[in-house]
Design a protein around this ligand. Structure first.
Ligand code: NDP
Length: 277
């Protein structure tokens, strides 16, 4: 079994970006908008800002209180859209319930949408056109590439159909010529479907739901899940048992998570290039 070390791959991506950015006259600038006091979001946003500045990009955070109005949020996004010094805009989710998340996300200029969640970018992905792709699915694909996992003609099973992870990763695998089965909470005989997978991507948010009996010998297993159990981070895969069968497997933490952050930086540089075309 080979451990897929997302932390190491992410570090080498950051090094590559740092070199590229050092040679640039104008540096890419990422602005994160944080509304409210969600504790996890505060930590994530701090990490994103630090990641950006560490590789020589400009990074800043606009922090707004939980009672910020929709009008105010939209005014901030519109201003960032117009600001030519800003290349990437990220609205940290979740935002407070009284705000219309879909409306706010759709207001972001698609060419600055470093999260790749705007309808325009979703369309570009589905039509295989150049655009900004969501970070976590791109991170999964990058791990497969860097660990020489040949996807062409392979049976890939994805558990989870969210817009953030499951659906885009399934589409990317299909575009990499895998034969993809997309599973969700209504899927029948999930165990059996999973056993047919040569590549298994799990993004359900259910701790340890994928057990060894669901995995074929030699399968490549990518665990996207992040769950907190008794104060510890665990994935959706029973890592200790499944690693005995998998040919390659990601750990949690240290697998897909660091890749999501690294791709966000890649996306900001890509956004700048798209805007300068
Ligand atoms: P969502 O809750 O939006 O989606 C979960 C999906 O899993 C749904 O499609 C749901 O099906 C499906 N599902 C849930 N339970 C089962 C089950 N028992 N059997 C089969 N399918 C099931 O989650 P996200 O996609 O946003 O995130 C998934 C996980 O990935 C979470 O743990 C999250 O924390 C993590 N994550 C990690 C990231 C990283 O950087 N590593 C980034 C983003 C997310 P249905 O549609 O039918 O309800």
């Amino acid at each position: 079994m080979e451990l897929i070390d997302g932390k190491a791959v992410a570090a080498s991506i950051r090094e590559e970006l740092k070199e590229e950015i050092a040679a640039m006259e104008t540096k890419p600038k990422l602005v994160v908008v944080l509304v409210g006091d969600d504790a996890a979001s505060k930590v994530y946003v701090g990490m994103k800002e630090r990641d950006a500045t560490e590789i020589g990009m400009e990074g800043s955070v606009i922090r707004k209180p939980a009672n910020t109005s929709q009008e105010e949020l939209e005014r901030i996004i519109t201003q960032l859209n117009r600001d030519e010094t800003v290349h990437g805009i990220l609205l940290q989710l979740p935002i407070p319930d009284h705000l219309d998340e879909a409306r706010a996300l759709d207001l972001i200029n698609p060419d600055k949408d470093v999260d790749g969640l705007h309808d325009v970018n979703v369309g570009r992905l589905h039509n295989k056109k150049d655009g900004l792709r969501p970070c976590t699915p791109s991170g999964v694909m990058e791990l497969l590439r860097r660990y020489d996992v040949d996807t062409s003609g392979k049976r890939a099973v994805v558990i989870g159909r969210s817009n953030l992870v499951g659906k885009p990763v399934a589409r990317m695998l299909e575009q990499a010529n895998a034969t993809v089965t997309l599973c969700h909470s209504r899927t029948k005989d999930l165990d059996q479907v999973c056993r047919g997978a040569e590549i298994l991507v799990v993004a359900a948010g259910r701790p340890n739901m994928v057990t060894a009996d669901m995995v074929s010998d030699g399968a490549v297993v990518i665990d996207v899940g992040i769950n907190r159990v008794d104060g510890k981070l665990v994935g959706d895969v029973d890592f200790e048992q499944v690693k005995l069968k998998a040919s390659k497997i990601t750990p949690v933490p240290g697998g897909v998570g660091p890749m999501t952050r690294a791709v966000l930086l890649q996306n900001c540089l890509k956004a700048m290039r798209i805007q300068n075309r």
